[in-house]
Design a protein around this ligand. Structure first.
Ligand SMILES: C[S@@+](CC[C@H](N)C(=O)[O-])C[C@H]1O[C@@H](n2cnc3c(N)ncnc32)[C@H](O)[C@@H]1O
Length: 194
């Protein structure tokens, strides 16, 4: 059994500085950027958004274009510093703080949109990912755009102490999301729920 502990602050300490530079070389990164831009373009303007984990704030230029009020949370101070460097003046438009996605420091329904990419599938174990998913849904009053991963073939519920990975089929993921009381509005590289 694969057991992967949360990587969090320790993992990103040394990597934060080069995080985006390295990712920009991945074609998949650009696919995700396009997918996010396209999903956001179908939503109302001027939403309040929480991006968790904020990472380098990769979607901030879109949030700004769409008139969003932007908040970001990440466990790593170094990633927030890397976001500041990467975003330049746009960083001033974001209310960023360090914190734990398993215990979001916001009231219920505080945001109209919650965004989470490159996180629940691989960075934390499944038991923790479910807790964090519940937190993301709790603080969203309307929409969530959350990147999960579904199996190309087969279907297996991960153990709570292994990463979610690409184990569950799309139907199983939809059933799991339904248990959280959300409706799936669209599925692609990134899951869109309400
Ligand atoms: C792979 S990066 C993804 C960042 C960004 N969402 C993206 O798509 O590039 C994972 C991020 O999760 C953050 N992280 C790890 N554990 C966390 C936790 N418990 N709460 C909040 N952020 C966490 C790391 O600091 C890192 O910035």
């Amino acid at each position: 059994m694969k057991s992967t502990p949360p990587k969090g602050n320790t993992y990103y300490k040394g990597r934060a500085k080069n995080y985006e530079k390295r990712r920009l070389k991945q074609p998949w990164w650009h696919t995700e950027q396009q997918e996010m831009q396209s999903l956001l373009s179908n939503l109302p303007r001027d939403l309040t958004v929480l991006d968790v984990p904020f990472g380098t704030g990769r979607f901030v230029p879109y949030y700004v274009d769409f008139g969003y009020n932007i908040s970001g949370l990440d466990a790593s101070n170094e990633m927030i510093a890397a976001a500041q460097e990467s975003l330049g003046a746009l960083f001033q438009k974001c209310d960023c703080r360090t914190g734990d996605a398993a215990n979001l420091p916001y009231p219920d329904g505080a945001f109209e949109l919650v965004v989470s990419t490159r996180f629940l599938r691989d960075i934390v174990v499944f038991g923790m990912a479910k807790k964090m998913l519940a937190e993301m849904i709790r603080v969203s009053s309307r929409y969530a755009i959350i990147q999960l991963g579904n199996a190309i073939e087969g279907d297996r519920l991960p153990n709570d102490d292994e990463v979610w990975g690409g184990n569950m089929s799309k139907d199983s993921i939809d059933r799991l999301l339904a248990e959280y009381g959300v409706k799936v509005l669209g599925s692609g590289p990134i899951e869109f729920i309400s």
